[in-house]
Design a protein around this ligand. Structure first.
Ligand SMILES: NC(=O)c1ccc[n+]([C@@H]2O[C@H](COP(=O)([O-])OP(=O)(O)OC[C@H]3O[C@@H](n4cnc5c(N)ncnc54)[C@H](O)[C@@H]3O)[C@@H](O)[C@H]2O)c1
Ligand SMILES: O=P(O)(O)OC[C@@H](O)[C@@H](O)[C@H](O)[C@H](O)CO
Length: 494
């Protein structure tokens, strides 16, 4: 992100008064009084649009003992911006024509792990730190093999810090993952236990007995900030923020009530503490993340590049709505307090139509080999097991298989962003209209090859739905027809 022109004050503590007023809300509390209690790893767009906003609201209510120390991983850009801005940044909520902005003041310090591990370790040893939160993406939970490997990962740092606390007879901190993983708490616990076990069995036992890893469901659609967004924020709100965050008004945070060292009063600012987060995560991941996958691949092949563009195409929007209401929602638990699957469909559809956050389909399409098995295929497998309709689920998967060939319907190249892109592209191209070579990858597709009904839709779609925009739109309107046996050619008649 570039420097702001001199006419607009650059955002920092000194210019806050000049910046405030008009449309822009600024911290109403004295930032000097905020004490750190949270160390957060992975200061990307989502953390700033979600968890920081909750902690900022707490400070607005007078809870000043829940400040956040942000820790970045490798890339120095975010640190340079936050350093120049006294760790202030702007969160802009956009909904159609409406747009509101708030400068967030809850981050008290930012450190880059790659450059200043010792400082991160010192902060984690501070008994005031009672909570560690994570948004490090699914890749951050993958540990290298080897008896001493992984020490430089986030979990290596966490294990070091817990060991120091154990030796100093101090209380540990809670580890709260806010990443989109089917069971992010279990993933965080397993990575911590693995590294602790490699180091010292007594430490591993202490962690197992003393440290809590609450599950959580996080939800707020947050695209990557573009340079155009930055300029618009400067123009609309007269604030020289070099890296604002654009997000939607909707936000949700459901957290298991399992904290080993104090609990932030997040229920005072809209979060929900529950005994078991699993059903909330299930509904969100199937109806939002699974649908994001479907919309990404179908929308991209239909020629669109953002969610709102795709949702203003009646063929795509109608497909997505029926996919959600007729095929996915009936598979979900109907009695989760505060989260009715059909009401959630309404909300998600409205959010996907939001014309002003500019969420790019490429963001939804990346990492398909992780996300499709986690979020879309489970609905297809469940529909098969329960003998429920599944033609739209199968067509969405077919769109992914077609996308994996690496060219769109006009033959233009697609940048398939996936750790397994090479292997998947090779199988997609080798198979052509036959999904067999891809379905043979059972670590991705599970037993989908055994579901003859879905395989028929996949074959029908690959052979007929992706010839051009009109065949795709016809398939989206009537996906059941894809599975009909094709008419026999004259020479095939018995
Ligand atoms: N953007 C959203 O709409 C949204 C909503 C809910 C949850 N999430 C989840 O939040 C997480 C972050 O997403 P984001 O949109 O902020 O992305 P982002 O690209 O803005 O930030 C990603 C962060 O993860 C860190 N990271 C990447 N690879 C890592 C690794 N191997 N080890 C440690 N850290 C690593 C990066 O340094 C960066 O700070 C993801 O797990 C995402 O699924 C995002
Ligand atoms: O972040 P990913 O790559 O796992 O998934 C992309 C989006 O589906 C996701 O970020 C959603 O926007 C988010 O989960 C909404 O809460």
């Amino acid at each position: 992100m570039s420097e702001s022109p001199p006419s607009v004050p650059a955002l920092n503590n000194r210019t806050l008064d000049a910046t405030s007023g008009g449309q822009l809300e600024t911290p109403g509390y004295d930032r000097a009084r905020i004490e750190p209690a949270v160390v957060h790893f992975g200061v990307g767009g989502f953390h700033r649009a979600h968890q920081e906003v909750y902690f900022d609201h707490l400070a607005e209510l007078g809870f000043t003992r829940w400040g956040v120390i942000g820790v970045g991983m490798r890339r120095p850009e975010m640190g340079e911006v936050l350093d120049a801005q006294d760790n202030l940044f702007t969160v802009v909520e956009r909904d159609g024509e409406d747009s509101t902005a708030k400068v967030i003041g809850s981050m008290v310090e930012y450190l880059l792990l790659a450059e200043d591990r010792t400082a991160v370790e010192r902060r984690l040893a501070d008994p005031r730190i009672r909570l560690v939160t994570l948004t490090i993406t699914a890749d951050g939970y993958v540990l290298p093999d080897g008896p001493c490997a992984g020490a430089d990962s986030v979990f290596g740092v966490i294990v070091d810090a817990l060991d120091r606390r154990r030796r100093a007879h101090q209380a540990p901190f809670t580890v709260l993952s806010c990443d989109n993983l089917p069971d992010s708490a279990a993933a965080a616990r397993a990575a911590t236990a693995t590294l602790a076990g490699r180091r010292d069995p007594a430490l591993a036992r202490w962690i197992q007995e003393r440290v809590s890893f609450p599950g959580s469901m996080v939800d707020r659609i947050t695209p990557a900030t573009s340079p155009g967004d930055r300029d618009e924020v400067e123009e609309d709100f007269h604030v020289g923020d070099r890296w604002p965050v654009i997000t939607e008004p909707f936000t949700q945070w459901v957290i298991e009530d399992d904290f080993c060292n104090d609990r932030p009063p997040l229920d005072r600012v809209g979060a929900l503490f529950v005994h078991d987060v699993a059903p909330y995560k299930l509904i969100k991941s199937r109806l939002l993340n699974g649908v994001h996958c479907a919309l990404g691949y179908v929308g991209y092949l239909a020629g669109h590049r953002t969610t709102d563009q795709a949702m203003s195409d009646p063929a795509v929007a109608g497909f997505v709505e029926r996919l959600m209401r007729a095929e996915i929602a009936p598979l979900l638990p109907p009695d989760v307090p505060g989260m009715d699957p059909y009401a959630y469909c309404d909300t998600v559809l409205e959010r996907l139509r939001n014309p002003s956050i500019g969420d790019r389909l490429a963001r939804l399409c990346r990492r398909g080999s992780t996300k499709v098995p986690d979020y879309l295929l489970p609905s297809l497998h469940a529909a098969y097991a329960q003998e429920r309709p599944r033609a739209r689920l199968a067509l969405a998967v077919a769109a992914w298989l077609r996308y994996l060939r690496g060219t769109d319907l006009d033959g233009a190249p697609i940048d398939v962003q996936d750790a397994r892109a090479g292997e998947l592209r090779e199988a997609a191209r080798r198979g052509g209209d036959d999904p067999g070579p891809l379905l043979a990858l059972r670590d991705v597709f599970g037993g989908l090859a055994d579901d003859a009904g879905s395989v028929a839709v996949l074959r029908g779609a690959l052979a007929g739905a992706f010839a051009d925009g009109s065949t795709l739109r016809a398939a989206l309107a009537a996906p059941d027809r894809l599975a009909l046996p094709r008419p026999l050619e004259p020479h095939e008649h018995p």
